[in-house]
Design a binder for this molecule. Structure first.
Ligand SMILES: NC(=O)c1ccc[n+]([C@@H]2O[C@H](COP(=O)([O-])OP(=O)(O)OC[C@H]3O[C@@H](n4cnc5c(N)ncnc54)[C@H](O)[C@@H]3O)[C@@H](O)[C@H]2O)c1
Length: 343
């Protein structure tokens, strides 16, 4: 049977670009045909591993490739906009890794190009596919807990992510790297938009380790309809933490409360003579030869919805509003004053 295949291009052959390649390679309706990275060796290594036929070092060449239907942009946080605009102008549908972009100008440029070219665009804010969050959303939407009143969310990484995993942490922040996920989740659970934010940051630990970015942000978020949330995003959890992500959330509603422990993948404990560990089976794991976990499901859903034409579960407007609220949080932490979000 002939099936419609989405011919995918990938820009950015780093850690997460490889995740994208693996998903498109196994998806029944996707065919990864091209990959681009300034580092040709890296792009070629992933191309060889996943059977991707074309390797580019300039994303303009990938944009000009007529065989490519859709493009995943998996470059560092601050390097999404030029590529997204070029792909939209080339009439490619786009999946952009979170965050959408990190400046107001870049956010506006991407939205303008997507709308002008009438292409489809999703941003990979994948916590909506996180089973505990997804269940919380269903429970809250059912109305049996009343309406969300206040919430607390903590979403922090161990230091190692900033010091070793990302080469560009100094040019980003934990607010972009994880806060965009946390804030999108809060917007989704509250079914509301952020009105005003007040954030206090602390810095010094990472600077001492040679990474020029704040350690942690403690933020109060006021929603339009009156809900209030506290959001904590840090990049300095001790490396000995058995979970890379320290991730908790609790939402108090007018008639009930729901609490999620998202950091402990403690369904499995493995102990050797040297150490105990708790392998992840929520975010990205393998079941037989198939990738499972929320970080794969969102990427699959992008392909599925290109095939059947349904609206993306994270709209460009969701990603735009999340990114603008994150900009306001940075501004508040820098000035020490509450900031109203400008949409
Ligand atoms: N959804 C998630 O859970 C998740 C997880 C990890 C990373 N990410 C996001 O994915 C993106 C990439 O992160 P990463 O960890 O893979 O980074 P990385 O540093 O491992 O890889 C980025 C790659 O992009 C390439 N690159 C940069 N600018 C380019 C350009 N103009 N043209 C071509 N190639 C270019 C670099 O050479 C590098 O190989 C970031 O936005 C990050 O926040 C998302």
């Amino acid at each position: 049977m002939e099936m419609k295949q989405i011919r995918m291009g990938i820009v950015g052959a780093g850690t997460w670009g490889e995740t994208h390649a693996s998903i498109y390679a196994e998806h029944l309706f996707a065919d990864p045909v091209a990959i681009c990275d300034m580092n040709e060796e890296r792009a070629r290594a992933i191309a060889d591993k996943y059977g991707i036929r074309k390797v580019y070092t300039d994303y303009h060449d990938l944009a000009a490739d007529e065989e490519v239907d859709a493009v995943a942009i998996v470059t560092p946080d601050f390097a999404h906009a030029d590529i997204a605009v070029a792909m939209a102008d080339a009439k490619k549908n786009i999946l952009i890794e979170k965050p959408l972009a990190t400046t107001k100008e870049d956010i506006a440029r991407i939205c303008e190009a997507v709308n002008r070219n009438q292409v489809r665009c999703m941003v990979d804010l994948h916590n909506r596919w996180n089973p505990p969050f997804n269940t919380a959303k269903q429970e809250i939407s059912s109305g049996k807990l009343g309406t969300p009143y206040t919430a607390y969310i903590r979403h922090s990484d161990v230091k190692w992510v900033a010091t070793d995993m990302l080469s560009w942490a100094s040019k980003s922040s934990i607010l972009w790297f994880l806060g965009s996920h946390s804030l999108d989740s809060l917007r989704w659970l509250f079914d509301d938009e952020v009105k005003r934010v007040y954030s206090v940051k602390k810095e010094g630990i990472l600077k001492e380790l040679g990474v020029d970015t704040p350690d942690i942000y403690l933020t109060t978020i006021e929603f339009e309809k009156g809900g209030v949330a506290h959001m904590e995003n840090g990049w300095v959890t001790p490396n000995g933490n058995r979970n890379i992500n320290d991730f908790r959330c609790s939402v108090m509603c007018t008639e009930g409360m729901i609490s999620l422990d998202l950091s402990s993948h403690n369904l499995i404990e493995e102990v050797t003579e040297e150490k105990a560990s708790v392998p992840d089976i929520l975010v990205s794991n393998m079941v037989f030869d198939r990738c499972k976990g929320l970080s794969y499901e969102s990427i699959r859903d992008f392909v599925d919805r290109l095939v059947d034409g349904r609206e993306f579960r994270v709209t460009l407007e969701d990603a735009r509003k999340t990114a603008l609220a994150i900009i306001a949080i940075h501004e508040s932490a820098d000035t020490g004053l509450p900031v109203e979000v400008e949409y």
